[in-house]
Design a protein around this ligand. Structure first.
Ligand SMILES: Cc1cc2nc3c(=O)[nH]c(=O)nc-3n(C[C@H](O)[C@H](O)[C@H](O)COP(=O)(O)O)c2cc1C
Length: 202
């Protein structure tokens, strides 16, 4: 590779963290294209490259706020039990404003009979992690979000996916949203739990 050292590679991995507060600065199209290109360098089952991405900006992004608020209503009770009050309030604000992120990306998986369902889903998530790491390399921040799944059908309609032939055949599925932009906060690193995660067999 020659350009980044072994050390820099691991630093980049460890520097990734979910960002939920953004500067209003727009992200140039060529930067968005670079991170999507990185996403699409991910491996995929049978090399089907079964990801589909929808990039949402401008008025369409503003329109999504209503949907984000709706997804919040579906998860807020669970989070109220899990989070301390200050973090709960921060998360609520995040769902109402999306942290001012100028760009939203929705990742879909094309699931067809030629590939195992979980392999299809996993392939797209590998691309999403590449995208997360490319954001770090670009000085961007992002947060991958499962919350849109709470209102899956509405998001499909919002993005026009319901008009797609694949949708009509039940072969395309929303996996996550990703909010991204230039970071406007530096949250503490979420601690990593190492116990009982790895089993070695020899
Ligand atoms: C599949 C997936 C779904 C997630 N959904 C949400 C979400 O809906 N809202 C949110 O604020 N964060 C979401 N996150 C971010 C996680 O909360 C975050 O990754 C985790 O707390 C660890 O923090 P870190 O990303 O800073 O290391 C999601 C992450 C993943 C991988």
């Amino acid at each position: 590779m020659g350009q980044i050292s072994h050390e820099q590679f691991y630093q980049l991995i460890e520097a990734r963290q979910s960002i939920r507060q953004f500067k209003k600065d727009e992200v140039p199209d060529q930067v968005i294209n670079r991170i999507l290109n990185a996403a699409m360098h991910a491996p995929s089952g049978k090399n089907r490259q079964n990801w589909r991405f929808f990039v949402v900006q401008g008025k369409k992004r503003d329109d999504y706020l209503t949907y984000s608020q709706k997804s919040w209503l579906r998860i807020k009770d669970i989070l109220q039990k899990q989070l301390k009050p200050s973090l709960y309030d921060f998360t609520e604000r995040f769902f109402f404003t999306l942290g001012n992120a100028p760009v939203l990306i929705f990742a879909y998986s094309v699931n067809t009979a030629e590939e195992n369902y979980l392999t299809s889903i996993g392939s797209v998530y590998m691309a999403v992690e590449n995208l997360n790491l490319a954001c770090v390399a670009e000085g961007l921040g992002c947060c991958t979000m499962g919350a849109p799944l709470e209102i899956k059908k509405e998001v499909d309609e919002f993005l026009g996916v319901t008009e797609d032939e694949l949708y009509k055949k039940g072969e395309i599925e929303l996996l996550c949203g990703i909010v991204l932009g230039y970071p406007d906060h530096k949250p503490p690193k979420a601690p990593r739990k190492t116990e009982n995660k790895i089993t070695w067999l020899r």
